[in-house]
Design a protein around this ligand. Structure first.
Ligand SMILES: *Cc1c(COP(=O)(O)O)cnc(C)c1O
Ligand code: SF4
Length: 335
């Protein structure tokens, strides 16, 4: 392979940029000119859940700032290694709902499909950090079972592609999936949950947008943006092109200590999202997954921050504050 300099990642295709992900703590700390103080702990936490981040996302981080809100989402820290008894590897009890391979069917009317086994970045707080993706990797036969499941459950009106990140699949695969789902009469909507528009915005090509807007199904993308600094001009361009073509854009965030745990940050995030055609949808409380305890905030503090944000936002720009409680028929509205 031709040796490419980091300075030219902007010119790469999205697939090439994925091949050039930063995957070691040393590389990330060097790029951000952070020295080696954090390195030994980062290496240890990285051995448990690997670091993975795009050049594009790194470019939006502030050099020399170890508390940068984007960096904190991806850098392994020693805090991850403190085990806390009330945290588990499967806090949402997904194993229980994972009856047909690739399918998580918890809620009425919609079904989630684990369509992809990787993400463009690994978020340190991810509740699927220990999900058995290899046991859920889908071949064509598995997909047939998924389509059969969806076809025989005629109470379903929406299929949600999740993962991993479904926009990491090739265009041809997405086109094929959408064509298959389009053929099932009771399905009205296709939703994807994705961080690609934020962490690798060049993924939002004209062709991708066309694939989602050329079928009978109404397309919804739920992007995942936690902090206003994540939205730069490239992200903005991607959002505008998807929205203009008719894709409904929603955002979900997770409330994270040290990242977005302040009312002004949440207010700025909502306003900036809407300026870029995205409606705030959910603000999630952290799922109590092992290794993420340092991101947690007491619920009383969360409610204070949320009430303060509410006082500064138009009603439709206030995301619903929710948490996931295993066994309940929907996400629980906290406030
Ligand atoms: C969150 C979630 C959904 C979607 O729920 P909405 O409230 O409609 O956004 C669907 N299936 C599973 C398994 C989920 O965790
Ligand atoms: S993009 Fe989503 S699924 Fe992937 S690591 Fe981040 S939070 Fe988890």
């Amino acid at each position: 392979m031709i040796q490419r300099s980091i300075a030219t990642w902007q010119d790469l295709s999205w697939q090439e940029e994925l091949e050039l992900l930063v995957k070691t703590p040393k590389q990330l700390l060097d790029l951000l000119e952070l020295g080696d103080d954090l390195l030994p702990a980062a290496e240890r936490a990285h051995a448990v859940f690997p670091l993975r981040v795009t050049r594009s996302f790194i470019a939006r981080m502030e050099k020399g700032n170890s508390n940068d809100p984007l960096l904190r989402q991806v850098l392994p820290l020693h805090e991850e290694l403190d085990n806390t008894a009330s945290y588990s590897n499967d806090p949402l009890n997904e194993i229980h709902f994972n009856a047909t391979k690739g399918i998580v069917h918890k809620y009425h009317g919609r079904v989630l499909i684990v369509a992809a086994s990787h993400c463009a970045i690994n978020c340190r707080y991810c509740f699927r950090r220990t999900f058995d993706y290899s046991g859920n990797r889908m071949n064509k036969m598995d997909w047939q079972h998924v389509f059969d499941y969806v076809r025989t459950h005629d109470e379903l009106s929406e299929v949600i592609l999740s993962g991993g990140d479904p926009l990491g699949l090739p265009d041809s695969t997405l086109q094929w999936l959408i064509t298959q789902l389009d053929d099932i009469p009771h399905i009205e909507r296709i939703r994807v949950h994705t961080r690609f528009p934020i962490v690798l915005p060049k993924r939002v090509s004209e062709n991708l947008v066309r694939i989602f807007t050329s079928s009978r199904l109404q397309p919804v993308w739920v992007i995942h943006c936690n902090h206003p600094q994540e939205i730069d001009s490239e992200v903005s361009k991607a959002m505008h092109s998807a929205a203009t073509a008719g894709i409904t854009l929603l955002n979900q965030s997770v409330l994270l200590r040290g990242v977005n745990d302040a009312a002004p940050t949440l207010v700025e995030l909502s306003n900036k999202l809407f300026r870029n055609r995205v409606l705030p949808y959910y603000l999630h409380l952290l799922d109590r997954v092992t290794g993420a305890q340092h991101f947690d905030l007491p619920e009383a503090e969360v409610k204070k921050i949320y009430a303060k944000a509410q006082a500064s936002l138009s009603g439709y720009l206030l995301p619903k504050l929710v948490k996931e409680v295993p066994g309940e028929p929907a996400k629980r509205i906290v406030a």
